[in-house]
Design a protein around this ligand. Sequence first.
Ligand code: GDP
Length: 454
Amino acid sequence: MSKTIAAIASGNAPGGIGVIRISGENAIEIASSLFSPADGSSIRDLKGYRAKYGNIIINGNKADNAVALVFRAPKSYTGEDVCELSVHGGMLALQNTLQAVFEAGAVPAGAGEFTKRAFLNGKIDLTQAESVAKIVSAQGQAELKASFNALQGVLSNEINSVLEKLLDVSALMAAWVDYPDEEIPELSESELSQTLDFAAEKLKKLLDNYDNGQTVTCGVETVIAGRPNAGKSSLMNMLSKTEKSIVTHIEGTTRDIVEDSVRLGDIVLHLKDTAGLRESDDIVESIGIEKAYRAIDSAGLILAVFDLSQKLSKEDFDLIEKCSGKNAVAVINKNDLQPEMDTAVIENAFDSVVYISAKNNEGLDELASAVSNILGVADFDTNAPLLANLRQKQNCQNAYENILQAKEALEMNITFDAINVMVDSAAEELLSLTGKKATEEVVNNIFSKFCVGK
Ligand code: GDP
């Protein structure tokens, strides 16, 4: 029998209401030992999906008002008996009640243990479990939407549609090889070929979508670069709407790299505001400039800032060169001042040019659409099935490669038993992706990254 677990499910910050979740065979018994319904009844006999208002009793005294919500196995999040106690959401109030729940026999839930039990009890598969963690931590609308779709089974359904066909042909091939004398319907080469094409096409589409999916859901490493005083810190401030970067008239004050994550349209930018790019004798500043150049090389997106009120300088031309061939948007700043810059040079060098005034907070919408266009995610469909992480991608990639090998083998007229080894390997990878055959190590690793209470 697994232990009954409990944790604060509503997070570690004070709120109007806080929820303590208890799950396991003794969940309702434990809850009823400290929760007393106001109508004098007991929640021991309460059916699932029913709630009672009452009090938390600790050491014989009323400690808090509460609502107890009862779920009966298997119709609960974890698939076990669950009781959720909603109490006042102060941390002390929550902790006092949680302590009483432990004293009544529950043990503290580990990270992600509620969701892990839901997975182990077959309520959700592994891709859905992973989506729960992402829903909780989502920073952008797209990530939230894609993760919620995954929780609804959009990815699982796609994988299972491939898996089902692979297992069908695999069973036929295995039977045909093992029992050649039996009357087993023969698998035609064209049927096998069609199945392999179907699998290859679906898996390839998932893999092709992965990078864009990551950009849309997880955000993109972004460098704000430009010569001193172009307005990098002001742009960062405009984006983050905070005063995190120091904005000043003295050149070279942003000496190192300041980091922040901001939402621009539907995309989250993980921003690096770098030291101004210019030759410098100051050692600290030189190190900052070195770092800036390295950051540009590894960034997923560069916001190259130019000052419209100044003529183009050597540093500007260096930056133009650095940006060549990369995902870069030229951000021509100080649109509110008298133009001095030869903008044709920038227009020719960059696929995407946006005019802004960081000082007046102008040009944000244009910048948002330029960024989503340059990243190729403007038309990204967040409703499509999406591989959410490297683990899922690796399984999918391995399955795809096995299918390609099987296709090649079929074209070379290699026997079904050999082809079946490849089809089986592909199926194994997909079973591991959805968690039907994932190793304990993989499962433990996934849930260790959850927060407690989820
Ligand atoms: P950085 O060195 O590239 O980070 O540049 P800053 O953001 O520190 O800006 C340098 C100076 O330009 C500051 O005095 C800002 O107030 C000013 N500045 C920034 N953006 C604009 C703008 O859009 N219009 C005007 N007129 N001034 C700006």
